[in-house]
Design a protein around this ligand. Structure first.
Ligand SMILES: Nc1ncnc2c1ncn2[C@@H]1O[C@H](COP(=O)(O)OP(=O)(O)OP(=O)(O)O)[C@@H](O)[C@H]1O
Ligand SMILES: [Mg+2]
Length: 257
Protein backbone atom coordinates (compact mmCIF):
# COMPACT_ATOMS: atom_id res chain seq x y z
CA UNK A 1 0.00 0.00 0.00
CA UNK A 2 1.54 3.33 -0.99
CA UNK A 3 1.36 6.37 1.24
CA UNK A 4 -1.09 8.11 -1.08
CA UNK A 5 -3.63 5.34 -0.38
CA UNK A 6 -3.76 6.24 3.31
CA UNK A 7 -6.58 8.63 4.23
CA UNK A 8 -5.51 11.93 5.77
CA UNK A 9 -5.99 11.91 9.53
CA UNK A 10 -4.55 15.28 10.46
CA UNK A 11 -4.42 18.35 8.30
CA UNK A 12 -2.35 21.40 9.29
CA UNK A 13 -2.59 24.62 7.34
CA UNK A 14 -0.49 27.77 7.78
CA UNK A 15 0.30 27.02 11.38
CA UNK A 16 2.34 29.77 13.07
CA UNK A 17 3.46 29.77 16.68
CA UNK A 18 4.81 32.68 18.69
CA UNK A 19 6.32 32.52 22.18
CA UNK A 20 5.78 36.10 23.31
CA UNK A 21 7.29 38.27 20.58
CA UNK A 22 9.43 35.46 19.19
CA UNK A 23 8.11 33.45 16.27
CA UNK A 24 8.98 29.75 16.48
CA UNK A 25 6.98 28.32 13.56
CA UNK A 26 6.21 29.83 10.16
CA UNK A 27 3.21 28.74 8.05
CA UNK A 28 3.52 25.01 8.48
CA UNK A 29 1.14 23.03 6.27
CA UNK A 30 1.21 19.26 6.19
CA UNK A 31 -1.09 16.25 5.88
CA UNK A 32 -0.52 13.38 8.31
CA UNK A 33 -1.69 10.00 6.98
CA UNK A 34 -3.72 7.49 8.99
CA UNK A 35 -2.23 4.12 9.94
CA UNK A 36 1.31 5.22 9.22
CA UNK A 37 4.28 6.71 11.02
CA UNK A 38 5.31 10.25 10.19
CA UNK A 39 8.75 11.35 11.36
CA UNK A 40 9.67 14.98 12.09
CA UNK A 41 13.38 15.62 11.71
CA UNK A 42 15.55 18.74 11.84
CA UNK A 43 18.19 20.49 13.92
CA UNK A 44 17.66 21.36 17.58
CA UNK A 45 15.44 24.41 18.03
CA UNK A 46 13.80 24.16 14.58
CA UNK A 47 10.30 23.79 16.07
CA UNK A 48 9.60 20.05 16.00
CA UNK A 49 8.31 19.85 19.58
CA UNK A 50 6.44 23.13 19.15
CA UNK A 51 4.56 21.76 16.14
CA UNK A 52 3.87 18.43 17.83
CA UNK A 53 2.34 20.29 20.79
CA UNK A 54 0.01 22.20 18.43
CA UNK A 55 -1.66 18.95 17.44
CA UNK A 56 -3.11 18.11 20.87
CA UNK A 57 -3.08 21.71 22.09
CA UNK A 58 -0.38 21.21 24.67
CA UNK A 59 0.86 24.69 23.74
CA UNK A 60 -2.32 25.97 25.48
CA UNK A 61 -0.53 25.14 28.72
CA UNK A 62 2.55 27.24 27.90
CA UNK A 63 2.29 30.85 28.98
CA UNK A 64 2.87 33.29 26.14
CA UNK A 65 2.44 30.67 23.42
CA UNK A 66 0.12 31.74 20.59
CA UNK A 67 -0.96 29.44 17.78
CA UNK A 68 -2.59 30.59 14.53
CA UNK A 69 -3.64 28.66 11.43
CA UNK A 70 -5.73 25.54 11.28
CA UNK A 71 -5.29 21.97 12.43
CA UNK A 72 -8.03 19.46 11.73
CA UNK A 73 -8.36 15.93 13.09
CA UNK A 74 -10.67 13.88 10.87
CA UNK A 75 -11.85 17.17 9.39
CA UNK A 76 -12.67 18.73 12.77
CA UNK A 77 -10.86 21.91 13.84
CA UNK A 78 -8.95 21.08 17.04
CA UNK A 79 -8.93 24.79 17.97
CA UNK A 80 -12.73 25.08 17.76
CA UNK A 81 -14.08 26.72 20.90
CA UNK A 82 -16.67 23.99 21.40
CA UNK A 83 -14.05 21.25 21.39
CA UNK A 84 -13.37 19.46 24.68
CA UNK A 85 -9.58 19.64 25.15
CA UNK A 86 -9.54 16.79 27.69
CA UNK A 87 -11.28 14.54 25.19
CA UNK A 88 -8.92 15.69 22.43
CA UNK A 89 -5.91 14.73 24.54
CA UNK A 90 -7.43 11.31 25.21
CA UNK A 91 -7.75 10.80 21.45
CA UNK A 92 -4.35 12.31 20.74
CA UNK A 93 -1.88 10.86 23.24
CA UNK A 94 1.61 12.16 23.80
CA UNK A 95 4.97 10.91 24.96
CA UNK A 96 7.20 13.81 25.94
CA UNK A 97 10.87 14.41 25.32
CA UNK A 98 11.54 14.24 29.08
CA UNK A 99 9.85 11.39 30.95
CA UNK A 100 7.20 12.76 33.29
CA UNK A 101 5.66 9.97 35.39
CA UNK A 102 2.88 11.01 37.79
CA UNK A 103 3.89 11.01 41.48
CA UNK A 104 2.04 7.72 41.88
CA UNK A 105 2.89 4.03 41.78
CA UNK A 106 3.99 2.32 38.57
CA UNK A 107 0.61 0.56 38.51
CA UNK A 108 -1.39 3.76 38.98
CA UNK A 109 0.62 5.61 36.34
CA UNK A 110 -0.72 3.19 33.75
CA UNK A 111 -4.17 2.48 35.29
CA UNK A 112 -5.10 6.12 35.90
CA UNK A 113 -6.07 7.01 32.29
CA UNK A 114 -8.16 3.90 31.62
CA UNK A 115 -9.90 4.45 35.01
CA UNK A 116 -10.83 8.10 34.51
CA UNK A 117 -12.02 7.39 30.97
CA UNK A 118 -14.19 4.51 32.20
CA UNK A 119 -12.33 1.93 30.14
CA UNK A 120 -11.92 -0.51 33.05
CA UNK A 121 -14.68 -1.60 35.42
CA UNK A 122 -12.78 -3.43 38.13
CA UNK A 123 -9.38 -4.27 39.56
CA UNK A 124 -8.91 -7.34 37.35
CA UNK A 125 -9.52 -5.31 34.20
CA UNK A 126 -7.20 -2.56 35.42
CA UNK A 127 -4.53 -5.16 36.10
CA UNK A 128 -4.93 -6.59 32.64
CA UNK A 129 -4.44 -3.18 30.99
CA UNK A 130 -1.45 -2.39 33.20
CA UNK A 131 0.30 -5.68 32.52
CA UNK A 132 -0.33 -5.68 28.75
CA UNK A 133 0.69 -2.01 28.38
CA UNK A 134 3.89 -2.56 30.38
CA UNK A 135 4.68 -5.63 28.31
CA UNK A 136 4.18 -3.81 25.02
CA UNK A 137 6.44 -0.99 26.23
CA UNK A 138 9.10 -3.57 27.14
CA UNK A 139 9.11 -2.73 30.84
CA UNK A 140 7.06 -5.43 32.54
CA UNK A 141 9.85 -7.88 33.35
CA UNK A 142 11.87 -5.16 35.08
CA UNK A 143 9.04 -3.88 37.26
CA UNK A 144 6.68 -6.80 37.84
CA UNK A 145 7.79 -7.19 41.47
CA UNK A 146 7.51 -3.51 42.32
CA UNK A 147 4.30 -2.35 40.63
CA UNK A 148 3.22 -0.51 43.78
CA UNK A 149 6.43 1.47 44.16
CA UNK A 150 6.59 5.06 42.84
CA UNK A 151 7.12 5.53 39.09
CA UNK A 152 9.51 8.35 39.85
CA UNK A 153 11.88 5.82 41.48
CA UNK A 154 12.69 4.22 38.11
CA UNK A 155 15.73 5.00 35.97
CA UNK A 156 15.33 7.59 33.19
CA UNK A 157 14.96 4.98 30.47
CA UNK A 158 12.49 2.98 32.57
CA UNK A 159 10.47 6.14 33.28
CA UNK A 160 10.28 6.80 29.54
CA UNK A 161 8.97 3.28 28.88
CA UNK A 162 6.48 3.79 31.73
CA UNK A 163 5.25 6.95 30.03
CA UNK A 164 4.92 5.04 26.76
CA UNK A 165 2.91 2.33 28.58
CA UNK A 166 0.73 5.07 30.11
CA UNK A 167 0.19 6.68 26.69
CA UNK A 168 -0.90 3.47 24.96
CA UNK A 169 -3.06 2.23 27.88
CA UNK A 170 -5.91 4.56 26.86
CA UNK A 171 -5.68 3.44 23.22
CA UNK A 172 -5.38 6.90 21.67
CA UNK A 173 -6.18 7.17 17.95
CA UNK A 174 -3.18 9.37 17.36
CA UNK A 175 0.08 9.02 19.25
CA UNK A 176 2.60 11.86 19.31
CA UNK A 177 6.06 10.81 20.41
CA UNK A 178 8.73 13.42 21.05
CA UNK A 179 12.14 11.74 20.90
CA UNK A 180 10.75 8.70 22.74
CA UNK A 181 14.04 6.80 22.57
CA UNK A 182 16.54 9.51 23.43
CA UNK A 183 17.01 8.17 26.97
CA UNK A 184 16.88 4.50 26.00
CA UNK A 185 19.59 1.89 25.44
CA UNK A 186 19.71 -0.01 22.10
CA UNK A 187 17.65 -2.93 23.45
CA UNK A 188 14.84 -0.74 24.78
CA UNK A 189 15.02 1.34 21.58
CA UNK A 190 14.51 -1.79 19.47
CA UNK A 191 11.49 -2.76 21.63
CA UNK A 192 9.93 0.68 21.18
CA UNK A 193 10.59 0.65 17.43
CA UNK A 194 8.86 -2.73 17.20
CA UNK A 195 5.96 -1.37 19.23
CA UNK A 196 5.68 1.64 16.88
CA UNK A 197 5.64 -0.69 13.90
CA UNK A 198 2.87 -2.74 15.50
CA UNK A 199 0.84 0.32 16.55
CA UNK A 200 0.84 1.83 13.08
CA UNK A 201 -1.47 -0.93 11.88
CA UNK A 202 -4.26 0.72 13.87
CA UNK A 203 -3.08 4.19 14.83
CA UNK A 204 -1.68 7.40 13.44
CA UNK A 205 1.79 8.02 14.80
CA UNK A 206 4.00 11.08 14.69
CA UNK A 207 7.52 10.73 16.02
CA UNK A 208 10.22 13.34 16.49
CA UNK A 209 13.70 11.89 16.27
CA UNK A 210 17.29 13.03 15.96
CA UNK A 211 18.27 9.66 14.56
CA UNK A 212 18.18 9.48 10.78
CA UNK A 213 18.46 5.71 11.04
CA UNK A 214 15.42 5.59 13.29
CA UNK A 215 13.38 7.86 10.99
CA UNK A 216 14.33 5.66 8.02
CA UNK A 217 13.52 2.47 9.94
CA UNK A 218 10.19 3.35 11.51
CA UNK A 219 8.48 5.96 9.35
CA UNK A 220 6.68 5.96 6.04
CA UNK A 221 6.52 9.75 5.77
CA UNK A 222 9.21 12.25 6.80
CA UNK A 223 9.04 16.00 7.31
CA UNK A 224 12.21 18.09 7.58
CA UNK A 225 12.06 21.31 9.61
CA UNK A 226 14.67 24.05 9.69
CA UNK A 227 14.55 27.36 11.59
CA UNK A 228 10.80 27.14 12.19
CA UNK A 229 9.89 26.24 8.63
CA UNK A 230 8.79 22.99 7.08
CA UNK A 231 11.36 22.67 4.31
CA UNK A 232 10.35 19.41 2.71
CA UNK A 233 8.07 16.43 3.32
CA UNK A 234 7.29 13.22 1.52
CA UNK A 235 7.75 9.47 1.40
CA UNK A 236 10.55 8.53 3.79
CA UNK A 237 12.41 6.53 1.15
CA UNK A 238 12.32 9.53 -1.21
CA UNK A 239 13.43 12.06 1.41
CA UNK A 240 16.42 9.93 2.33
CA UNK A 241 17.51 8.90 -1.14
CA UNK A 242 16.44 11.79 -3.29
CA UNK A 243 15.66 14.97 -1.31
CA UNK A 244 14.49 17.90 -3.42
CA UNK A 245 16.06 20.64 -1.26
CA UNK A 246 19.72 21.20 -0.57
CA UNK A 247 19.03 21.95 3.12
CA UNK A 248 17.39 18.54 3.52
CA UNK A 249 20.29 16.83 1.84
CA UNK A 250 22.82 18.69 4.02
CA UNK A 251 20.95 17.69 7.16
CA UNK A 252 20.59 14.02 6.37
CA UNK A 253 24.23 13.90 5.32
CA UNK A 254 25.16 15.39 8.71
CA UNK A 255 26.29 18.77 7.42
CA UNK A 256 23.85 20.84 9.49
CA UNK A 257 22.40 20.33 12.92
N1 LIG B 1 8.17 27.43 26.33
C1 LIG B 1 8.90 28.17 25.48
N2 LIG B 1 9.05 29.49 25.70
C2 LIG B 1 9.77 30.25 24.83
N3 LIG B 1 10.38 29.79 23.74
C3 LIG B 1 10.27 28.48 23.47
C4 LIG B 1 9.53 27.59 24.33
N4 LIG B 1 9.59 26.35 23.82
C5 LIG B 1 10.35 26.44 22.71
N5 LIG B 1 10.76 27.72 22.49
C6 LIG B 1 11.58 28.20 21.36
O1 LIG B 1 10.96 27.82 20.14
C7 LIG B 1 11.91 27.34 19.20
C8 LIG B 1 11.57 25.92 18.80
O2 LIG B 1 11.72 25.09 19.96
P1 LIG B 1 11.32 23.55 19.96
O3 LIG B 1 11.45 23.08 21.34
O4 LIG B 1 10.02 23.40 19.27
O5 LIG B 1 12.48 22.93 19.03
P2 LIG B 1 12.84 21.42 18.71
O6 LIG B 1 12.93 21.31 17.22
O7 LIG B 1 11.89 20.51 19.40
O8 LIG B 1 14.32 21.26 19.33
P3 LIG B 1 15.03 20.01 20.05
O9 LIG B 1 15.43 19.09 18.93
O10 LIG B 1 16.20 20.61 20.73
O11 LIG B 1 14.05 19.39 20.99
C9 LIG B 1 13.27 27.47 19.89
O12 LIG B 1 13.86 28.67 19.47
C10 LIG B 1 12.93 27.52 21.36
O13 LIG B 1 13.88 28.27 22.07
MG1 LIG C 1 12.09 19.11 20.92
Amino acid sequence: MSLSDHPIRLEARDVCVHYGAKQALYDVSIDIPDRAVTAFIGPSGCGKSTFLRCINRMNDTIEGARVTGRIALDGEDVYDRSLDVVELRARVGMVFQKPNPFPKSIFENVAYGPKIHGMVRNKAEAEEVVVSSLKRAGLFEEVKDRLHEPGTGLSGGQQQRLCIARAIATRPEVLLMDEPCSALDPIATAIIEELIDELRENFTIVIVTHSMQQAARVSQKTAFFHLGKLIEEGDTANIFTNPAKKQTQDYIMGRIG
